[in-house]
Design a protein around this ligand. Structure first.
Ligand SMILES: *Cc1c(COP(=O)(O)O)cnc(C)c1O
Length: 471
């Protein structure tokens, strides 16, 4: 067979376009996607013919059936959603790369319904005039946190920029060297301060900063005292930092505000319903305010367990200034997010229910015994008829994640998995390549499936995937 014969034997585009399966997929997908796939598949075959040795020429499959199948598969894969659900089997509850907090479906559905209709986003129903989108949130946030006033922007990084720009532009801020942190690879306190137009005055040492370091650094050009929660790391040993109460007293004495970027921002006292392996040394938002912080900011999608947002609470005089700042317009929230946040904060009015219904809280409060029960039932399904895969339930730890409580681990039972014909790395990749990707982790050369973060339907996905891999 000559190469020129093969080129000639390629199906014509016109013939492809009248094939039944192509007509069907043209019905389902945009024309351009299918046409691109046709061009790509034919180009690929031409390329293979061009580069093929005489010996392999005969093996190039030019049957209409094969080519159509390839076109259908390329079309589908090019039109697949890029952002899609995955199974969190790695046991990190607030996983920034996996979308941080999961929303309760009923709550989110209720919220999104406002987007299917017109709504009173910026309309004051009482007087029929223009209203503010932030009014929907302020009362409920104040009720739940005990704050005097509240404001909300796109995320906590934006909140920090807004607070600093409004309260500290052109002035200096003393910050402990132990708090010059980087969070999430892109949020660095020194850079954020630069963006916000304020000058950083480094004080103290990495492990120790005393109240007198703050006292000595404050002058007429000092805008405020800033404390940054070292969310994603923890120093242990010979360390010292002034308490929130001491810092707020000093700020009051000097006549400047005290701003605490608390980061993860837990509303509920986690120690009441969790069984972590170490005490939680992080104040709730309410405690930070009670201990004297004038302004506190935190994320919506970390320990709060809601949508991405930056929530600013504190004294009315400061919050009112931030609402009027031009940045607020640029950092403003979408109506769907406002609605999700409203529903989430309302859920906190009944903490016992919130712990059950807000997925983040539910996962954090799951007992070790419950993770054992979950592993037992998963093992029951997976180990049935297993041939090449070995499963064992072992003790391990889940993590909070999201730069929250870095030193706190949650004792859990997990499934340790070994495939007789595949390395752990290869198995990990195969799980990730599954149609609904499964994100697991490796420990001691075995793949670990942590059941703590599994949601409704995940067990079925995992068992179908492993059934395929065992074949
Ligand atoms: C996470 C965090 C931020 C950034 O918050 P985002 O909501 O991710 O923008 C800022 N400060 C602290 C202390 C944090 O923990």
């Amino acid at each position: 067979m000559q190469k020129s014969d093969l080129y000639r034997a390629l199906p014509k585009v016109d013939d492809i376009l009248i094939n039944d399966r192509i007509i069907k997929i043209l019905d389902k997908l945009p024309n351009d996607i299918v046409k691109e796939a046709i061009t790509k598949v034919l180009d690929d075959i031409r390329f293979r013919i061009k580069n093929a040795d005489e010996s392999v020429l005969a093996s190039i499959d030019l049957s209409m059936e094969t080519i159509i199948s390839e076109i259908v598969s390329v079309s589908n894969s090019n039109f697949e959603d890029r952002l899609k659900p995955v199974v969190n089997a790695c046991g990190v509850v607030i996983h920034t790369n996996l979308g941080r907090s999961v929303l309760n479906k009923d709550l989110a559905t209720k919220a999104i319904e406002n987007a299917f209709r017109y709504n009173n986003l910026e309309f004051d129903l009482e007087n029929g005039k223009r209203g503010s989108r932030y009014n929907h949130l302020e009362d409920i946030i104040c009720k739940v946190t005990g704050a005097e006033a509240a404001h909300v922007v796109n995320n906590n990084a934006a909140a920090v920029i807004l607070v600093l720009s409004e309260l500290a532009k052109g002035k200096n801020i003393p910050v402990s060297r132990g708090e010059l942190v980087e969070i999430g690879g892109s949020f660095r306190i020194p850079d954020i301060m630069k963006i916000s137009g304020c000058e950083l005055r480094e004080i103290g040492c990495t492990n120790k900063t005393h109240l007198r370091d703050y006292e000595g650094a404050i002058d007429e050009e000092t805008a405020l005292i800033l404390k940054v929660h070292s969310s994603n790391y923890k120093m242990i040993g010979f360390t010292e930092n002034p308490s929130i109460a001491d810092l707020s007293k000093l700020a009051k004495d000097k006549g400047i505000p005290f701003y605490y970027d608390i980061g993860s921002g837990s509303i509920a006292d986690l120690s009441k319903f969790t069984s972590f392996d170490s005490p939680i040394d992080e104040p709730t938002v309410r405690e930070a305010l009670e201990q004297g912080a004038d302004v506190v900011s935190f994320s919506g999608d970390k320990l709060l367990g809601s949508a991405q947002a930056g929530i600013i609470v504190g004294k009315k005089e400061y919050i009112e200034r931030m609402k009027k700042n031009q940045l607020t317009r640029a950092l403003r929230l979408d109506k769907i997010i406002i609605s999700v946040l409203e529903q989430s904060f309302k859920a906190y009015l009944d903490l016992e229910k919130a712990v059950k219904n807000i997925p983040t809280l539910r996962m954090l409060s799951m007992s070790k015994e419950e993770t054992k029960e979950r592993c037992d039932s998963l093992l029951n399904i997976l180990a049935r008829n297993a041939e090449n895969i070995e499963y064992e339930i072992i003790e391990d730890y889940s993590e909070v994640g999201g730069g929250s409580l870095p030193a706190t681990k949650m004792p859990s039972f997990v499934l340790a998995i070994e495939h007789k014909k595949m390395s752990a790395e290869k198995l990990l990749k195969a799980l990730r390549d599954y149609q609904t990707p499964i994100i697991a982790r490796i420990k001691n050369e075995r793949v670990i499936i942590d059941s703590r973060c599994l949601l409704d339907g995940d067990v079925e996905i995992i068992s179908a995937c492993f059934r395929g891999l065992d074949a």
